[in-house]
Design a binder for this molecule. Structure first.
Ligand code: PGA
Length: 257
């Protein structure tokens, strides 16, 4: 974290979990315990159908609601899809783009990621852009090249003002949902690479201001160590964001004095 230059963001990615009543139970449990979390922004990215209710449930808190995906077109014959403007109008602030599960199961590519980022920004949303290597790629020693390619494709055509609204999440595929977390050094090393790409493309001031999260089995136990790294500005959290005590501990780790 570097609170002087950029926002720390703790974002839950609920994936395809929690019904409306389970969402309400989570909100009822966490709200009285949230405290001020003055050092970080807290976000919950929830399934589309529960977004309007979640926005209402967290209206009197500082928890922002996010979506887990968005389409890149503004309207049209795209059965089952949702536009950025639709999300904006129901109170969404952040949207996850290019999560590895969407790349793997739903044909998301670096080029659709780029188009989705632009659509999200045009609607006034903050994209949380996911990048990360597989275990095979890490073992082959091509992590830096892959990250460079993914980040450059994702951010192509953005200007500095737009870039300041983008959050990047480094999520090594081998760490997602596996209980196998990157070491704090591994996480920081890649977050630092991402910042250096942004520096090259957008300049030092923008690079210094961009929030770069780590994601992949971040939990109540390892959050403090990961967040203590200079280039890890928060977390994108799956499993541990489904349980109130665990999520609260991660928020607390981001708020250490
Ligand atoms: P995990 O998921 O925390 O359950 O590993 C992270 C993510 O996929 O964003």
């Amino acid at each position: 974290m570097n609170r002087k230059y950029r926002k720390t963001i703790i974002a839950g990615n609920w994936k395809m979990n929690k019904t409306l009543s389970e969402t309400k139970a989570f909100a009822d449990e966490i709200k009285p315990q949230l405290g001020k979390h003055k050092w970080c922004e807290v976000v919950l990215c929830v399934p589309f159908v529960n977004i309007p209710a979640a926005v209402r449930m967290f209206k009197d808190t500082r928890v922002a609601i996010g979506a887990e995906n968005v389409h890149f077109e503004n309207s049209g014959a795209f059965t089952g899809e949702v536009t950025a403007e639709m999300l904006k109008e129901v109170g969404v602030k952040y949207v996850i783009i290019g999560h590895s599960e969407r790349r793997e199961y739903y044909g998301e590519t670096d080029f659709t990621v780029n188009k989705k980022i632009k659509a999200a920004l045009a609607a006034g949303l903050h994209p949380i852009v996911c990048v990360g290597e597989s275990l095979e790629q890490r073992e082959l020693g091509v992590t830096a090249e892959l990250i460079n390619y993914q980040v450059k494709c994702a951010l192509a055509g953005l200007d500095a003002t737009q870039m300041r609204k983008v959050v990047i999440a480094y999520e090594p595929l081998w760490a997602i949902g596996t209980g196998k977390t990157a070491t704090a050094e591994q996480a920081n090393e890649v977050c630092e690479i991402i910042r250096s790409i942004i520096r090259r493309e957008f300049g030092a001031r923008v690079a210094r201001a961009v929030t770069i999260q780590y994601g992949g089995s971040m939990n109540a136990k390892n959050a403090a160590e990961l967040l203590a790294q200079p280039d890890v500005d928060g977390g994108l959290i799956g499993g541990a964001a489904l349980k109130v005590p665990d999520f609260l501990q991660i928020i607390a780790a981001a708020n250490q004095e």
